[in-house]
Design a protein around this ligand. Structure first.
Ligand code: 6PG
Length: 474
């Protein structure tokens, strides 16, 4: 009989397997369980000499763990998580720790937290980002749950997380569903970043850059202010040739984007809280429209517009302008995501440390990027910062970028190139910096048809007026 394991993991899909190997590589003994025992056996057999304990049943799995047990569930988000928990509850003992490491909806996490706590168990809802490679080499981890449980999990989490400047990319996010909530916002921002990059690509393509030329631009950008994992993989993806045809693989991939739902959850949550996340919104909607390929193909033969061929522009100038448009739009997107996190964090009294969250996103996760340092600095300099776009560093970036950003959006509009996320970001920027918006007319309309009343610019706030509008016939 081997000694009891330090950690256990249920669900041996690729993410689960890689997390197990990561935990084991930090000196821990790990028990593993998969619904199909053959998967467990194959996995353990494929890694001889490692501190892995394959268990054929959930009972054996639970029994193999040192108490208080620390076990992570890595199964598909949704009903499967509940099914596993249901089977686990009768097998566990007080104070055992159940961690859900999937992309669960934060409200599900809150429900499970209440459920397990009522059974005398401990629950952590942990967002884990970084894909397969991150799971193996070091992801960013966003655990939510009681601080005391975080204290018990901390050594393992810190050991397996990515490190940036020696700092592990994990922190206690807050109680209950806070961890999965922050992971959801991470994913919303991920959607925004990806769509913005795609719009830059669309403009370059219309300007006649080859995929190799574009790859060179993204590779160069990855050395500067835009340095990030997503820019890096974009450069690599554009370089990649199809083994069969020798053509750039990107040009052979069907333009129909998939999504699993975390972006849509972010939109729903923003709508519920009246927070504007127009860049992320545009990104999610762009995926939706992309998936309606047949409709688009039909519409392309009926709805007219300029053909997306940009000619007569200086390429170097265009590349610089797109850089600025991308950077500024990215700042807007992060600012919106942070605004939503701040709003929800306050509403739920989660005590979110926005600067700390930006810091743990610097490594391991999909949105890891150099500029996150600047976000952390902004919140460290002013913990009460109301809006990221008003932090001195970002004010400067946005003011520097706004003119080329406009040029890019105008160019795209003139040439019929869809840039919903660039456009939405710029629209947000211009709305935010407008001391006066046309909402005066909107108020007039509301008062006209519904006597909703309005305040006046020439009277003290809080006094409400109604106009006797003329009657409209027909
Ligand atoms: C991560 C990713 C990861 C995954 C999501 C998004 O942080 O590692 O966000 O969780 O990519 O499932 O996937 P979709 O693009 O399919 O929604």
């Amino acid at each position: 009989m081997t000694r009891a394991s330090d950690f256990g993991l249920i669900g041996l899909a690729v993410m689960g397997q890689n997390l197990v190997l990561n935990v084991e590589s930090r000196g821990f003994q790990v028990s593993v369980y998969n619904r199909t025992p053959a998967v467990t056996d194959e996995f353990v057999a494929a890694h001889p000499g490692k501190r892995l304990v394959g268990t054929p049943t959930l009972e054996a799995f639970v029994q193999s763990l040192a108490r208080p047990r620390k076990l992570m569930i890595m199964v598909k988000a949704g009903a499967a998580v509940d099914a596993v928990i249901e089977q686990l509850i009768p097998l566990l003992e007080p104070d055992d720790i159940v961690i859900d490491g999937g992309n669960s909806l934060y409200t599900d996490t809150e429900r499970r937290d209440a459920w397990l706590t009522a059974q005398g168990l401990r629950f952590i809802g942990a967002g884990v980002s970084g894909g397969e490679e991150g799971a193996r080499k070091g992801p960013a981890i966003m655990p939510g749950g009681p601080a005391s449980t975080w204290g018990l999990m901390r050594p393992i989490f810190e050991a397996i997380a990515a490190k940036v400047d020696g700092e592990p990319c994990v922190m206690h996010i807050g109680p209950g569903g806070a961890g999965h909530y922050v992971k959801m916002i991470h994913n919303g921002i991920e959607y925004g970043d990806m769509q913005l990059i795609c719009e830059a690509y669309a403009i370059f393509k219309a300007a006649g850059l080859s995929t190799d030329e574009m790859a060179a631009v993204f590779n160069r950008w990855n050395e500067g202010e835009l340095q990030s994992y997503l820019i890096q993989i974009t450069g690599k993806a554009l370089e990649q040739r199809d083994t069969e045809t020798g053509q750039p693989i990107v040009e052979l991939i069907l333009d129909q984007a998939g999504q699993k739902g975390t972006g849509q959850w972010t939109l729903l949550n923003a709508a519920e809280n009246a927070v504007v996340i127009s860049t992320i919104n545009a990104a999610v909607e762009a995926r939706v429209l992309s998936s309606q390929k047949a409709l688009r193909v039909r519409a392309s033969t009926q709805l007219q517009g300029p053909s997306p061929n940009i000619s007569g522009v200086d390429r170097a100038t265009l590349v610089n302008q797109v850089h600025e448009a991308l950077y500024a739009s990215k700042v807007v997107s992060y600012a919106q995501g942070l605004d939503l996190m701040r709003t929800m964090g306050e509403k739920k009294a989660w005590g979110l440390d926005l600067g700390g969250i930006a810091a743990i996103w610097r490594g391991g996760c999909i949105i890891r990027a150099r500029f996150l340092n600047r976000i952390t600095e902004a919140y460290r300099a002013d913990p009460g910062l109301q809006h990221l776009m008003l932090a001195p560093f970002f004010v400067e970036v946005l003011n520097r970028a706004q003119q080329p950003w406009r040029e890019v959006v105008a160019l795209a509009v003139r040439h019929g190139i869809a840039v919903p996320a660039f456009g939405a970001s710029l629209g947000y920027f211009d709305s935010l910096r407008s001391a006066r918006l046309p909402a005066n007319l909107l108020q007039a309309q509301r008062d006209f048809f519904g006597a909703h009343t309005y305040e006046r610019v020439d009277k003290p706030a809080g006094q409400w007026f109604h106009t006797a509008w003329p009657e409209v016939i027909g």
